[in-house]
Design a protein around this ligand. Structure first.
Ligand SMILES: [Zn+2]
Length: 182
């Protein structure tokens, strides 16, 4: 075994530990060496030495998945989420025949600054049923226009739309005694 090969084995690149030389995939055209790496999460991947040394790949893929999940739950929203919320509001405006003048930048700003549902006081989490952010109209007939929308959870939005104020008031009045009944 050449010195170059020995030097790679046992080396750590991010979460990856180089175990041994791996066979080069048949379709790979360059004459680079492949290395079998064990990821801290338990995953195993084969990568080129060049890739590892350049720091391009630092995990079996688990790191990217974690980063995406983190972005979705703690930091603002991805471009896709913003575009989706914006598009959904535009469609609803059309369906309910109400005005629409929102911009994607305005929706992005609203989404980014609202982390907690103001009605249910729950954390807003994109893609989680009920906890996903949705745009709500303060005055429904004024439509989706700047100044008339705010971000609340999907759950709060449907509760608000499904029940009348009287029903909600009765719900609050009766739910605790009801649940405490034997
Ligand atoms: Zn991993």
């Amino acid at each position: 075994m050449s010195r170059k090969k020995i030097a790679m084995i046992g080396n750590r690149f991010g979460r990856l530990l180089v175990l041994e030389e791996a066979p080069r995939p048949i379709l790979f055209k360059h004459k680079e060496l492949f290395w079998k790496c064990q990821c801290d999460c338990g995953g195993v991947v084969s990568l080129t030495g060049c890739n590892l040394r350049a720091g391009i790949t630092k995990s079996c893929g688990c790191l990217q998945i974690e980063t995406v999940k983190k972005q979705m739950t703690t930091h603002g929203y991805s471009k896709t989420n913003i575009a989706y919320t914006f598009g959904a509001a535009k469609q609803r405006a059309k369906r309910f025949k109400v005005p629409f003048n929102l911009t994607i930048e305005y929706v992005a700003e609203l989404l980014t600054k609202t982390k907690i549902c103001p009605i249910l006081e729950t954390k807003l989490i994109v893609g989680v049923y009920g906890d996903s952010p949705s745009l709500d109209r303060l005055i429904p007939e004024d439509g989706y226009v700047i100044g008339n929308v705010r971000v609340i959870s999907q759950r709060a939005n449907s509760m608000k739309n499904d029940a009348s104020i009287t029903q909600l008031t009765n719900f609050i009045k009766n739910i605790m005694p009801y649940l405490n009944k034997e």
